[in-house]
Design a protein around this ligand. Structure first.
Ligand SMILES: [Zn+2]
Length: 286
C-alpha cells in the first residue's frame, strides 16, 4: 500500500494549478467587494429624491396677509349712481353706499336706482342723514345735537335701515366701539349724542376728492399711490384696513366713470387687498 496516497497528488501540477486558481479568484473577489464598500453609497444615506417628491417637501411660500379696503360712496342716489352700479357689478366688488333720504325720494329715477342697489348683495346701504345736514348747513346742523339725531333717525325709518351705521355729512367723525375721533371739535356734542342713541359713525381714511366741476381730482394711479402710502405709514384708523370715501356724482361722465373702473381694476389686480362692506369693519359688527 502506498503510505501517502495523496503525497504525489499534492506535488502534482494539477494540484498546484488548482491552488493558484483558487487563490487568485479569492483575491479578485475580495478586492471587488472592497471596492463596493469603499465607493458605494453608505447604508445611512437617503435614497435620491425624485423631482416630484422634492416638490412635496419644499415648504410652501408664506402668503402675505392681505389688507382690507372698504370702498364707500356718499350722497347717492343721483345721476352717477347708475355708473357706479354697473362698474361694481362688472368687477364684483362689495361696496357701501351712504345714501341721503331726500335723494331717494327726489325723483322716480333716483328711487328706482335705490331699489336696484338695495336688492343687490354687492351693495350695502347705510345712512348719510335725511337732509344732508339741512342741505349743507353744517355748522348749524352740528350745533343742534337733538335735531341731528332726528335727521338720521328719519332717514333710517323711511328707508328701513336697521344697522345704525351712519356717515356724518361734511365731517370726518368716527364713533365705533373701537374708534372715537372728531375732525371739527364743535361737532363733538352731536357726534356723542348720535352714538348714545345707538348710531355708529364711520368716517374715512382717504378721500377721492372732486373739484367744483364735480370731476375727480386724483388719477387712479395717484389713488393707488396714496393707498400704498397710507398703509406703509400706518396712517389708517385701524392697521391694515382702509376706508375710502368717494362720491357717486363724480362718476357721471364716461371719462370719470372709466377712471373709477380703472381704479377698481388696479386694486383687484394688485392681489394684496380684500374688499369688505363697512358693517364688517371692527367695532361696527352688530
Ligand atoms: Zn355727503
Amino acid at each position: 500500500m502506498d503510505p501517502d496516497p495523496g503525497g504525489d497528488f499534492i506535488n502534482s501540477a494539477i494540484f498546484k494549478t488548482t491552488v493558484l486558481t483558487v487563490t487568485f479568484s479569492s483575491l479578485f473577489y475580495f478586492k471587488t467587494q472592497k471596492q463596493v464598500v469603499n465607493f458605494g453609497p453608505p447604508a445611512t444615506e437617503a435614497a435620491p429624491v425624485s423631482v416630484a417628491e422634492k416638490k412635496e417637501i419644499t415648504p410652501p411660500k408664506k402668503k402675505k396677509k392681505k389688507k382690507t379696503i372698504y370702498l364707500t360712496f356718499d350722497d347717492g342716489p343721483n345721476k352717477g349712481t347708475k355708473n357706479v352700479l354697473h362698474i361694481v357689478e362688472q368687477e364684483q366688488v362689495p361696496v357701501t353706499l351712504f345714501v341721503i333720504g331726500e335723494h331717494v325720494y327726489g325723483s322716480k329715477y333716483q328711487f328706482a336706482i335705490f331699489d336696484s342697489v338695495s336688492n343687490n348683495e354687492l351693495f350695502e346701504i347705510a345712512n348719510h342723514s335725511y337732509t344732508h345736514a339741512f342741505e349743507n348747513k353744517f355748522n348749524r346742523f352740528y350745533q343742534l345735537p337733538d335735531s341731528a339725531v332726528k335727521d338720521f333717525a328719519r332717514c333710517a325709518d323711511s328707508l328701513h335701515l336697521t344697522s345704525g351705521i351712519i356717515r356724518t355729512p361734511g365731517r370726518n367723525i368716527w364713533r365705533t366701539d373701537s374708534v372715537s375721533c372728531t375732525d371739527i371739535k364743535t361737532s363733538t356734542a352731536a357726534a356723542d349724542s348720535l352714538y348714545e342713541k345707538g348710531f355708529k359713525a364711520v368716517g374715512w381714511d382717504l378721500e377721492w376728492h372732486f373739484n367744483k366741476e364735480q370731476r375727480p381730482v386724483q388719477t387712479p394711479e395717484e389713488m393707488m399711490n396714496q393707498i400704498d402710502s397710507a398703509f406703509a405709514k400706518n396712517k389708517t384708523k385701524t392697521t391694515d384696513r382702509l376706508v375710502l370715501l368717494a362720491h357717486d356724482q363724480v362718476y357721471i361722465g364716461s371719462d370719470d366713470s372709466a377712471s373709477l373702473h380703472s381704479f377698481i381694476r388696479r386694486l383687484k389686480e394688485k392681489d394684496e387687498y380684500n374688499f369688505e362692506q363697512v358693517s364688517q369693519y371692527p367695532g361696527l359688527h352688530p
